[in-house]
Design a protein. Structure first.
Length: 283
């Protein structure tokens, strides 16, 4: 439909431009016809347009029919009236051309505005649907792997990692009321309220910032993508709470944010690339 409308505008502009050229041509022919009559010449080649010129002069004579003799030649001002008619007609066609261009510009501007409005409404609708879909993702998993910090790794200190892990798990269970499970040599915690993840992050960062002899490799994944959760842990971002891009995106839709998300980097894993971020406390 848009192509048809723009085609109509182009056709009308071309027609009006053609009529302007016709008016200019008729003006030239009328001047030559006037010269022929003043000189009493007989130019046969002008005969093709003579009927039109005679008709135009007859109508012009009704408007202004004054004539006078000058040096033996009769000057009829109907020719001048006819010239004025043709000049006015040429300007009218030119003005109509400007009007058509203005209407075309108005049409294109209105169409562009409608298109932008439609795109904005579509984007808002898609954003709203995306937000609804993201808010449906309430389950998330926390996977924690531990090791003894290097400064506590001397044999004479005899740090019992199993005992330290028990202290850690008891602390998390007390704070969150969630019991750990074993998963790939790490501790898995499953939660059902992502909107309240800041409370869990408070607990995790207390562990990271504590004086305990453990170092923590923590990964969080929204949903049940345990494969991606395992990949995050394999990157061994010790002392950080690592998340993938989809979890970072889901966090944006929480109503409160006590933590910010910062990108760690892009990591190649087989044929795929994993975009890794981390939670950081907002200072």
């Amino acid at each position: 439909m848009h192509g048809f409308i723009t085609g109509v505008f182009s056709f009308i502009k071309n027609i009006l431009y053609f009529f302007r050229l016709v008016c200019v041509f008729c003006i030239l022919m009328l001047l030559l016809y006037w010269i022929q009559n003043l000189t009493h010449a007989s130019w046969e080649w002008i005969g093709f347009i003579k009927p039109f010129l005679d008709f135009l002069l007859t109508e012009a004579n009704k408007i202004y029919s004054v004539s006078f003799d000058l040096w033996g030649a009769v000057f009829e001002l109907k020719y001048l009236s006819a010239l004025i008619i043709l000049v006015v007609a040429a300007f009218v066609f030119k003005a109509l051309g400007f009007l058509v261009c203005a209407l075309e510009g108005l049409y294109r501007g209105t169409r562009m505005l409608c298109k932008k409005t439609e795109e904005t409404l579509f984007n808002n609708r898609m954003q709203s649907e995306s937000e609804k879909n993201e808010l449906k993702l309430t389950k998330y998993n926390v996977l924690i792997k531990t090791q003894i910090k290097k400064k506590f790794s001397h044999q004479e200190l005899a740090i019992n990692i199993e005992e330290q892990n028990k202290i850690m798990n008891d602390f998390i269970q007390t704070k969150t009321s969630v019991s750990p499970m074993q998963f790939s040599g790490a501790f898995l915690y499953q939660f059902n309220n992502f909107s309240n993840i800041d409370m869990v992050l408070d607990v995790l960062f207390k562990l990271i910032n504590s004086s305990a002899p453990l170092d923590y490799n923590i990964a969080i994944q929204v949903g049940d993508n345990f494969k991606q959760l395992g990949k995050l842990l394999e990157l061994e971002n010790w002392g950080k709470v690592a998340i993938a891009a989809d979890t970072a995106y889901r966090y944006k839709f929480n109503t409160t944010h006590r933590y910010e998300v910062s990108q760690i980097g892009l990591f190649q894993h087989g044929d795929s690339t994993l975009e890794v971020h981390e939670f950081k406390p907002i200072l």
